[in-house]
Design a binder for this molecule. Structure first.
Ligand SMILES: O=C(O)CCC(=O)C(=O)O
Ligand SMILES: [Fe+2]
Length: 304
């Protein structure tokens, strides 16, 4: 069972909440956070703002198509991403924006990790609302990662100091109703693990997300606006020496459209995410680049 945890109690240091997070991180890889600082109305509004964008005519969305760029900022159309080589490309559209760091080049960071965002001219107010959420969600993720570090027996700052310029990516997923012709290899998002440390996932409350249990069955999980599904990614699994679990999950897609908004909380590009005591460093940027090249089809094509 995926635990449901009170965010206020957790961030206030309540021992029972910490214990629940510890079990979630080390055994399940998923948890639901309730009683968060994000009001349900605000999150429902954000979802409607993204919906307004996804419902625009295709030609208008194409003006911010990431496929015309070498990076992953802006709109990604249907089947533009394949998260599982054994399944077909995903039946979803996405809108991605990320961390902008004007000094990235001077610091030696490759441009792709901190590429400039692309903003559509509609719906009105889209950019301001999304940017405000990005900033606040980033702050919340920082606090949360500190609490997770503590819960698994590390210093609060153990991971946090590698997030000065996080390669954090805010995405909206739009899953239209599952088409009649869809088969066994067609998913809204095929089974995958997330690439980074921690994912803060807001949803419209509709079911759809399923998490792989150890017995091989799939457990549905949902959270209404204002609550979040949290899961842990590949970098945190590596960084913690395999203690924290990055768990497979998927969305098949249903009769009605569905929107989810994950914030992938990734460390800064040059963070070493190898386990303690290993001789060979693993740079966060290299891991992310490899996974991006494998999944965004416009990037794997660009590589030849
Ligand atoms: O839509 C969802 O509930 C999950 C999305 C997801 O797993 C992802 O974007 O990585
Ligand atoms: Fe995911």
């Amino acid at each position: 069972m995926i635990p449901r945890i009170d965010a206020k109690a957790l961030l206030g240091g309540a021992a029972a909440s910490q214990e629940a997070v510890r079990a979630a991180a080390l055994e399940i890889g998923f948890m639901v956070l309730e009683n968060t600082p994000f009001a349900p109305e605000r999150m429902a509004g954000l979802i409607e703002t993204y919906r307004g964008f996804f419902h625009l005519p295709e030609a208008q969305k194409a003006r911010v198509d990431m496929a015309a760029t070498g990076s992953n900022r802006g709109w990604g159309g249907m089947r533009s991403e394949q998260v599982d080589p054994g399944s077909n490309p995903d039946l979803k559209e996405v809108f991605d924006c990320g961390y902008e760091w004007p000094g990235a080049g001077r610091a030696g960071a490759p441009e792709r990790y901190y590429a400039p965002n692309l903003w559509p001219d509609a719906p009105e107010g889209f950019r301001a609302e999304v940017e405000a959420y990005y900033r606040e969600a980033l702050g919340f993720c920082r606090a949360l990662l500190g609490a997770v570090a503590e819960a698994i027996g590390e210093d609060r700052g153990y991971f946090a100091e590698k997030f000065a310029h996080p390669m954090a990516l805010l995405r909206a997923n739009w899953y239209p109703a599952r088409p009649d012709w869809a088969g066994d290899k067609d998913f809204g998002i095929a089974p995958h693990t997330d690439y980074g440390c921690l994912t803060l996932l807001a949803t419209d409350g509709a079911p759809g997300l399923e998490v792989l249990r150890r017995d091989g069955s799939w457990e549905p999980v949902s959270a209404p606006p204002g609550a979040f599904v949290i899961n842990f990614g590949e970098m945190l699994e590596m960084w913690s020496g395999g203690r924290v679990r990055a768990t497979l999950h998927r969305v098949r897609g249903g009769a009605a459209e569905r929107i989810s908004i994950p914030l992938f909380f990734n460390p800064q590009w040059d963070a070493d995410v190898s386990p303690k005591g290993t001789q060979v460093p693993v740079r966060a940027g290299d891991h992310l680049s490899r996974r991006y090249d494998e999944t965004y089809l416009h990037m794997s094509k660009a590589k030849g």
